[in-house]
Design a protein. Structure first.
Lengths: 154, 483
């Protein structure tokens, strides 16, 4: 169990391979003007795989995303079948900053990393990662390192 | 006794990193309550401050969402397992952040026109601009299409498409309020356009004067955001449903018959479709259309405005859509009932392994054939002209009217005897000794059934009046009213 799955850890970080970042950026560009979403699999704070998932929201995909319970279960099952963990989820904010919204906060799960990519006029831009505070009051921004996988794994 | 509860990844740190825990209880609610008292960290993530399960927390008993069972009261039996399964949701925040530039602005005149929308927080400027940007297609400009099109036009839906190929008839006016007396004989779409443009000249009306078919439906639907089904027959209803699911478009569905109406929203990503409810159409002729069975004039007003309401909610993105719920309205008892509808995983169209991947022949699917089986056996039927000759030479025959009493009150052929089709099998005795039977109804369909029945009962010379009383009025006696 890595440090970022320990809720008592003071600082959370996430390590993304540049290819993983490119996958997320591509998905954001393809889905624009709708929000895209998907799961991040890996070990502890390292993301090794991106799993694009359908946005099944009923409330207008330009402003909302929803990963169905079935898709959540499939992602979790895929992670454990490959000896990996579900590290978190990503989604895009079309024409909005890569900051978690009130809506993100209201629906957030603890422990998981929430990666947000801002997509402006179809072009992916800023990428950030967030984690729900223990008391659900807000998100903490995670330290994001984009680099080659394998260098910092524990 | 203890039941196994599966814990999802994000909650595992709160239960000492276990993926399952065994908890006592006799209902799902009890197990969850014991779970959260044993692992108090879980409570704030599973429950709201008011003590309700959070909307994005799904609890499954074996493979079933407890929302579709008895919710937290669902009782448990040995071997059951409970899973807590997240939905992961989020999105862009409140409207205070700049809305994408793609939404059209409102003119001062539009602001004035839509002011009662704009001052509601649920609609507001954002919602009204979404309505203006929206493209909605209404299939049918008749009973349901009238209130749908009029309210959506008034509400400011920017582009409203209409599909119809019919002509306004006097018998439409009792319910199809798009059309007026002076429109009788005009194309329904021309009449609808005039009415809607008079109501709101700010919007664009697109008319498609075609019979919707498998050949044109996908092309017609693809540029619209939402489809409203205002059709009156099964082949078109399945066609609209299938095309919507194949294109991923919501289908605000409504149907009406006599005093009863139905409404639902099909074709949403996680919701059921019409085929989940009715995988197969009813046998042809079992369920009469409005033309055969009648319909209360205000009924489409109720059901059509429900369809329009659902379309507006979907466009603005507020409220709970009528997805997975089937609303049934009974005007006589003045009651609304709601049935829960689930997406059928075995649905041939929207299930996990769909076998229908393109549009099919819906006439054939619904058993509707373009048959004219009665013309071949001239022995089986008689024309109105021949009947008139028999009347003129005072030939001896017995004219049987198999319509309903309320129909014979509207008009009747002189000298006929009324026995409604449904009562005929039990009243054959009244026809004893009649060797020369001629049977009629309104248009010739019911009377053909009656003739078949009579011939099987031994009245081998019974004949059907071709075209029914409608043909009689057209060809012989135009003084009678048509209905």
């Amino acid at each position: 169990m890595g440090s970022n799955l320990n809720p008592k850890a003071a600082k959370f970080s996430l390590l993304l391979d540049p290819l993983i970042v490119e996958d997320i950026r591509c998905h954001g560009r393809e889905a624009y003007p709708h929000e895209c979403c998907g799961a991040l699999l890996g070990h502890s704070e390292l993301v090794t795989k991106v799993l694009a998932l359908p946005n099944t929201t009923d409330e207008g995909p330009r402003r909302r995303f929803l990963i169905s319970p079935t898709d959540y279960q499939a992602a979790e099952a895929q992670a454990s079948s490959q000896g990996e963990q579900l590290v978190g989820f990503y989604h895009s904010h079309p024409d909005h900053p890569a900051r978690p919204s009130e809506h993100d906060l209201a629906h957030a799960w603890p422990v998981l990393a929430y990666v947000i990519i801002s997509v402006r006029k179809g072009e992916p831009g800023e990428l950030t990662s967030w984690r729900l505070k223990e008391d659900r009051s807000a998100f903490d921004e995670m330290e994001l390192t984009i680099g080659e996988a394998g260098q910092e794994t524990s | 006794m203890a039941y196994t509860v599966f814990i999802p990844t994000p909650l595992r740190p709160s239960v000492q990193n276990q993926s399952t825990v065994d908890i006592d209880g006799s209902t799902v609610g009890e197990v969850l309550s014991n779970l959260t008292s044993q692992y108090s960290e879980l409570k704030k993530h599973l429950y709201t401050e008011e003590g309700h399960l959070r909307s994005f927390v799904n609890v499954y008993l074996n493979d079933d969402d407890i929302r579709y069972l008895d919710k937290e009261q669902t009782s448990l039996k040995p071997g059951d397992t409970i899973s807590i399964v997240p939905s992961v949701a989020g999105g862009i925040g409140t409207a205070s952040v700049a809305e994408p530039d793609t939404m059209p602005a409102l003119s001062n005149q539009e602001v004035q026109r839509y002011s009662r929308h704009l001052i509601m927080p649920e609609v507001g400027m954002d919602g009204q601009r979404k309505l203006k940007a929206a493209r909605v297609l209404c299939v049918g400009a008749g009973g349901l299409g009238s209130p749908v099109a009029m309210y959506l036009a008034a509400a400011g839906v920017g582009t409203l498409g209409l599909v119809d190929f019919d002509v306004v008839d006097y018998s439409n006016l009792q319910r199809q309020i798009l059309h007026g007396t002076s429109d009788v004989g005009r194309s329904k779409l021309q009449s609808a356009r005039d009415r809607l443009e008079a109501l709101n000249s700010e919007i664009t009306i697109e008319t498609h004067e075609v019979a919707l078919s498998s050949a044109n439906a996908l092309d017609l639907f693809k540029s619209y955001d939402i489809i409203l089904d205002g059709t009156d027959n099964f082949p078109t209803r399945y066609l609209v449903n299938d095309a919507c699911v194949l294109l991923g478009k919501p289908n605000a569905y409504g149907s009406i018959f006599r005093f009863e109406g139905q409404a639902s929203v099909f074709g949403m990503p996680n919701g059921p479709c019409y085929r989940c409810l009715y995988p197969e159409p009813p046998p042809p002729g079992l369920i009469p259309s409005c033309a055969e069975g009648g319909v209360l004039g205000v009924l489409p007003g109720i059901i059509g405005t429900i369809q329009a309401t659902e379309a507006i909610k979907l466009i603005i993105g507020v409220g709970e859509p009528l997805v997975g719920r089937f609303l049934i309205y009974d005007a006589l008892r003045m009651k609304f009932r709601e049935l829960k509808l689930r997406k059928d995983p075995n649905c041939k169209l929207c299930g996990t392994n769909p076998s229908i991947t393109q549009l099919i022949d819906y006439q054939q699917f619904c058993g509707v054939t373009q048959e004219e089986p009665l013309t071949e056996t001239s022995d089986f039927e008689i024309t109105v002209e021949d009947l008139k000759k028999k009347v003129d030479i005072s030939e001896d025959f017995f004219l049987l009217d198999v319509r309903e009493p309320q129909e014979s009150q509207i008009c009747a052929i002189f000298g006929s005897t009324l026995i409604p089709l449904g009562e005929l099998p039990n009243r054959l005795g009244e026809l004893e000794g009649q060797s020369n039977l001629i049977v009629h109804c309104r248009s010739g369909v019911r009377s053909a059934k009656a003739v078949t029945l009579l011939r099987e009962a031994g009245f081998i010379n019974a004949k059907n009046l071709k075209g029914g009383i409608l043909a009689w009025i057209d060809q012989i006696d135009p003084s009678l009213p048509k209905y």
